[in-house]
Design a protein around this ligand. Structure first.
Ligand SMILES: [Zn+2]
Length: 199
């Protein structure tokens, strides 16, 4: 079907989002045309802002609008424990629980030989450097997802970190296999962190 160029461009843009096919993209595009000017402008500004105003924390790799991020800058947080997570969305899930008071390291991915993602492609070198430089760290809790990539990443990190004498633990599997931490409920997360085991 023929669309005027501004519409087809918008449809193409929506189709780049995950889970959006051409029908949904067209529906969203026409919905956008109907939206009040102000809402569309706010929407466009929000899109630009997430790219312009956010960066990765130079310490923990979390997405932030200040560097170091709010958590790394918070002197009241326990400096002895680092919770290693796959994504910034996982951190949000963990923070909602309000039971973890240590710090984080966000890998921004997992090891995945299938996709060609190796240790250098995610925040593993920065984690190792951090562990070498920060003598206050005594435990690293690996909280990657219970997927095969998440497990492989946990094992890889454990082998890498253990010789340094830092305790390495893994979240207990109240989390079902293949599950995403991002979607786990708070009770499950709390049980997983309380029942963590050394690996
Ligand atoms: Zn940080």
């Amino acid at each position: 079907m023929f669309y005027p160029e501004p519409i087809s461009k918008l449809i193409d843009s929506y189709m780049k989002l995950p889970g959006i096919g051409n029908k949904t993209a067209a529906r969203l595009a026409f919905y956008t045309i109907e939206m009040p000017d102000e809402e569309v402008t706010d929407f466009a500004k929000a899109l630009i802002s997430v790219k312009r105003d956010l960066s990765f924390c130079s310490i923990c790799g979390n997405i932030t609008d200040q560097d170091p991020c709010e958590i790394c800058s918070d002197e009241s947080r326990d400096k002895s424990t680092i919770l290693v997570m796959e994504s910034s969305q996982d951190v949000v899930a963990m923070e909602k629980m309000r039971e973890y008071h240590g710090r984080y390291h966000i890998l921004q991915g997992v090891l995945s030989p299938m996709d060609g993602t190796g240790p250098e492609d995610i925040n593993i070198p920065t984690l190792i450097k951090r562990l070498q430089e920060d003598e206050e760290i005594i435990e690293v809790i690996i909280a990657t997802n219970a997927t095969s990539e998440g497990e492989a990443t946990a094992m890889y990190l454990s082998r890498l970190i253990k010789p340094s004498g830092i305790k390495v633990t893994r979240l207990a599997h109240g989390l079902s296999a293949g599950s995403d931490i991002e979607y786990a409920d708070e009770v499950t997360l709390l049980k997983a962190i309380e029942g963590r085991q050394e690996i």
